[in-house]
Design a protein around this ligand. Structure first.
Ligand code: NI
Ligand code: MN
Length: 226
């Protein structure tokens, strides 16, 4: 499988047959590596309701017919906007797909959509092409990251926010990486806007000094095979 960083918190997972998008914020994203018109998707997975995560979900799902997964309150809002294939788990729930499964896990943040729907933010444990990928969503540092990771078994790849201001910063993110113990880590949610500028290379140095995780810093548009 291959993962492509689309900028900010958006990622594309592909195995040649299936494409899964996470948090496809492309329109209005100064770091977007693709436009909403050019990405393909069989499924779109959302961590929470903020505009920099829901992004172009409705437009992409209407164009591609992708299934969409979001926590129940956001799922209901998306259904009201005309999406038909919507999965609506809550925290702790697992949804099976033809290509794998997704489990919604806690994150410490807020989550109100631009339309005013209030919900709880989440992280996503994604099983895709035999790999376990943990997108932490937007979160502060919290100790249950360790429990979530332990229940998940070996995590091949963790996608960790490091930008600070709206989430944990790169120093707290090193502690998060320690708690999770993933084989590989890709940092995200930084450098998109001035308040979340940070030094991803310094994060890599710190994580690799303190853990056995390898950090892969991707520029928007770059891909990696976990
Ligand atoms: Ni957010
Ligand atoms: Mn965000």
């Amino acid at each position: 499988m291959e993962i492509r960083f689309l900028g900010h918190s958006a990622f594309e997972l592909t195995d040649g047959a299936t494409t899964v998008l996470i948090d496809p914020f492309l329109t209005g994203n100064p770091k977007a590596a693709a436009t909403a018109d050019e990405v393909s998707a069989d499924a779109i997975l959302l961590t929470h309701g903020h505009a920099d995560h829901i992004g172009d979900t409705v437009a992409i799902a209407k164009r591609t017919g992708a299934e969409v997964l979001a926590i129940v309150e956001i799922a209901n809002e998306l259904s009201e906007e005309g999406l038909e294939k919507v999965h609506d788990p809550n925290l702790g729930g697992t949804v099976e797909f033809d290509w794998g499964w997704v489990k919604l896990v806690p994150a410490w943040h807020t989550s109100t959509t631009s339309k005013g729907t209030v919900s709880t933010p989440a992280g996503l444990l994604v099983n895709f092409a035999g790999k376990t990928i943990y997108h932490l969503g937007d979160t502060a540092l919290f100790s249950d990251l360790e429990l979530i990771a332990r229940r998940a078994g070996e995590i091949d790849l963790a996608l960790i926010c490091i930008g600070g201001h709206y989430t944990m910063d790169r120093f707290d993110a090193v502690e998060a990486a320690k708690l999770i113990g993933a084989r590989e880590v890709i940092p995200c949610h930084y450098d998109t806007f001035p308040p979340i500028e940070t030094d991803a290379q310094a994060f890599k140095v710190d994580v690799e000094a303190d853990t056995s995780s390898q950090v892969v810093v991707l520029a928007p548009g770059e891909t990696h095979s976990p």
